[in-house]
Design a protein around this ligand. Structure first.
Ligand SMILES: Nc1nc2c(c(=O)[nH]1)N[C@H]1C(S)=C(S)[C@@H](COP(=O)(O)O)O[C@H]1N2
Ligand SMILES: [Mo]
Length: 325
């Protein structure tokens, strides 16, 4: 495929964030409701939202799962929700205004393919059936070498896999974003292989870290971050974390991802974070933290090797690098 316009994924973008918007950690904790009262409100919220057909996915702020800890400060909310990649709305990082055209309620999600239980249901019902929200703090590492650390609210992807009850032949989960060029101007650019598609092996999808996020910073997901439901796979480069998912398909064929179709040499299927495998056009040794703009070393599997390294045991014995492309 001819790419008429290349993505603006380069090093050294000048997007410094003013010091003033640094968030005071105490204020943040209070804002996200980590008092006993906040937690009680969250739990009663979870009890209440399943019956509501029209409200946004509820239960915020969700109780935090303390199993997932950070080695760095949480990125200021203002940075994580204003510096975003969402090519459906343009190739810059500043698409927040345009993304507000996205109507996320109602939002029909289809689960199909090699499953015992095909489902078509609203995103909200899906989350209710998956058992309610929890909050997790995860690092996020974009292939462009910027990084953030944010509190996501959502459900383990494994819950959706269980709901769908995949057939034994199913080997992969393919996830697809909406397609509607009338609201998403980027989708009028026909050199991109819309809709945005991503995929995981079923083992990856069932791994405890794979998460379907419906919120961020203790609130429902803003459109620009992929409302109402997006993937989060913190051990992989950020492009795997497909936003605004409308379809989950279980398949025996490896899905060809959006960026893989555009340029497989630069953006491979596996996309596991590895500082020792440079992107063809830049190093992956370090990452720039949104907010502080500090550079810190990048870790193998983005620091999540304990959870995911075993997924890849014995794979690609002749070329471990394949795991990272
Ligand atoms: N549908 C869709 N999903 C997407 C993208 C996109 O352009 N479209 N960009 C990806 C990339 S490259 C990254 S780094 C993350 C960014 O998530 P954030 O903007 O919420 O930080 O979303 C990913 N998911
Ligand atoms: Mo990215």
């Amino acid at each position: 495929m001819l790419i008429k316009k290349r993505p603006s994924w380069t090093m050294g973008e000048s997007d410094a964030t003013p010091e003033e918007i640094y968030m005071n950690r105490r204020d943040w904790l209070r804002g996200a409701g980590f008092s006993g009262l906040g937690l009680a409100a969250a739990i009663s919220g979870i009890g209440g939202f399943a019956t509501s057909a029209t409200a946004a996915i509820g239960g915020y702020p969700a109780p935090r799962n303390l199993a997932y800890r950070l080695d760095r400060d949480i990125t200021p909310e203002e940075d994580a929700t204003s510096y975003t990649n969402f090519y459906e709305f343009g190739s810059s990082k500043n698409i927040t205004k345009r993304a507000q055209k996205l109507i996320t309620d109602p939002w029909v999600v289809t689960i199909d393919g090699l499953v015992e239980t095909e489902l078509q249901l609203d995103a909200e019902d899906l989350i209710a059936r998956a058992g309610g929200l929890e909050e997790r703090l995860y690092r996020h590492r974009c292939v462009e070498a910027w990084a953030m650390a944010v509190p996501w609210s959502g459900v383990p992807l494994a819950k959706l896999v269980n709901l769908a009850n995949p057939k034994v032949e199913a080997k992969y989960l393919r996830m697809e974003t909406f397609f509607d060029p009338s609201i998403a101007p980027g989708q009028k650019q026909d050199w991109y292989p819309w809709p945005y598609v991503e995929g995981l092996t079923l083992d990856e999808a069932a791994n405890e870290l794979a998460f379907l996020a419906t919120g961020i910073y203790g609130k429902p997901m803003p459109a620009q971050n992929g409302a109402p439901i997006r993937l989060v796979t913190p051990w992989k480069y950020g492009f795997k974390s497909v936003k605004s998912i409308s379809r989950f398909t279980f398949t025996d064929e490896r899905p060809v991802s959006f960026w893989e179709q555009l340029n497989a040499r630069e953006y491979g299927f596996w996309a596991n974070v590895n500082p020792d495998v440079p992107h063809p056009r830049w190093s992956q040794k370090t990452e720039r933290l949104l907010g502080s703009n500090k550079n810190v070393p990048t870790q193998i599997f983005n620091g999540y090797g304990a959870e995911v390294a075993s997924l890849y045991n014995g794979m690609f014995p002749n070329d471990g690098r394949a795991l990272f492309h």
